[in-house]
Design a protein around this ligand. Structure first.
Ligand SMILES: [Zn+2]
Length: 97
């Protein structure tokens, strides 16, 4: 019985996830998430929101991933941002479950 209600809760949660993802992340007051650099994985950062995580990672990116910051990498900024958002959202969802 407990498992059934948990499963129901989870699917409702997943169903409501699609729309306005980034807006949702900013509107809630989520718990801290620890995330490794998505390009080298050598450093970890802690932040509560996507924006804070971006800000926290900036100095490291300017130091070690200048090509991405300068838009000279083979990965476009949009692609990078999509990867970053996906990685952060995944970690944040994992914290909750
Ligand atoms: Zn890195």
């Amino acid at each position: 019985m407990v498992f059934n209600s948990l499963a129901g809760h989870k699917s409702r949660f997943l169903a409501s996830k699609g729309r306005g993802k980034i807006k949702d992340l900013q509107a809630r007051s989520p718990s801290m998430v620890t995330m490794a650099c998505i390009d080298c994985g050598a450093v970890h950062f802690e932040a509560a929101t996507l924006r804070e995580m971006l800000t926290a990672m900036m100095p490291h990116y300017f130091e070690d991933h200048k090509d991405i910051m300068a838009g000279e990498s083979s990965v476009s900024r949009e692609t990078w941002m999509a990867r970053f958002t996906a990685a952060f959202t995944e970690l944040q969802d994992a914290e909750k479950i």
